[in-house]
Design a protein around this ligand. Structure first.
Ligand code: OAD
Length: 270
């Protein structure tokens, strides 16, 4: 076994040792809920439970490319609520920044489109936005880029942006169901196999191919799940560690065990 015990102290000891040099992270919506952004699948509070008002045939339709082509209004309604700028990174994001500062962060794979990783100061070259983001947008037909400021105006006004060249609907470069993941994601997959530690935070591990990354960690790489609930069969390997609870709470505990508690709060206050 790589970890001495299955607890936060053993994890902190391993992270502080010279055996742990490359940490790979997999993030989901649960790392941003404390910022005020709902996740997707939590019963009651998740976005999919609250989309009835949008008259969708089924909740995921809001992120289906074929549905968007017919009716982009539900997506734009949601985009207005989720638009980046309104939200501030969480202590969990600050913890990831600290990992980067300690040269321990190998790759941070995220499914989140809220860009809070960048806002927390995590270096761009360490972040793989597997499901894209709101950072740029383009026409779904002719693919011409659409201006950032104009997009912001449209989204804030609750209007659908249309292409100035061909009139097609404009969509942020968020990966919808039915679309390919970005090439950077595909190219970076092999780096999971290089990890000395995999930490999975705030995701239900239900959406593939992202969820499959967890299976690509080497047999000697401990896998840690920090989440409200057990997911994705994490726990099936001897070095799997389940830390169930709110990620900010668990990250604070871990930082305390690492002696980083003051650094964490300082980073988060920034
Ligand atoms: P989900 O909503 O499916 O899962 C979020 C997970 O985080 C759940 O297991 C929650 O229990 C957990 N959670 C919520 N708040 C938490 C907290 N404060 N601390 C710890 N855990 C918490 O979200 P994702 O797994 O990110 O795709 O969803 C994956 C993809 O499905 C998304 O990227 C999105 C969606 O369809 C696209 O938009 C393309």
């Amino acid at each position: 076994k790589v970890l001495e015990g299955l607890d936060v102290e053993s994890l902190a000891k391993y992270i502080s040792s010279d055996k742990c040099k490359k940490i790979v992270l997999m993030l989901g919506a649960g790392v941003s809920t404390s910022a005020g952004i709902p996740d997707f699948r939590s019963p009651g509070t998740g976005l999919y439970a609250n989309l009835a008002r949008l008259n969708l045939p089924f909740p995921e339709a809001v992120f289906e490319i074929n549905f968007f082509r017919r009716n982009p209004v539900p997506f734009y309604t949601l985009a207005k609520e989720l638009y980046p700028g309104k939200f501030r990174p969480t202590p969990t994001h600050s913890f990831i920044k600290l990992l980067a500062d300690h040269s321990l962060l190998h790759v941070c794979f995220t499914q989140n489109i809220d860009t809070l990783e960048r806002r927390a100061g995590i270096p761009d070259d360490k972040i793989i936005e597997a499901h894209g983001s709101f950072a740029v947008q383009r026409c779904i037909d002719c693919k011409v880029l659409y201006d950032d400021d104009l997009m912001k105006e449209k989204v804030t006004a609750g209007e659908v942006a249309t292409c100035e060249e061909c009139g097609g609907y404009v969509k942020p470069d968020i990966v919808f169901f039915g679309e390919a993941l970005p090439p950077q994601f595909i190219q970076t997959i092999p780096q999971v196999g290089e990890a000395d530690l995999l930490i999975i935070l705030g995701t239900s591990l239900t959406v593939h191919p992202f969820a499959s990354l967890a299976e690509m960690a080497g047999r000697k790489c401990p896998r840690v799940l920090i989440n409200l609930e057990g997911v994705g069969g994490i726990g099936s390997r001897p070095d799997d560690l389940l830390l169930l609870g709110k990620c900010d709470d668990i990250v604070r505990e871990l930082c305390q065990a690492l002696g980083w508690e003051n650094k964490l709060e300082e980073e988060w206050e920034k």
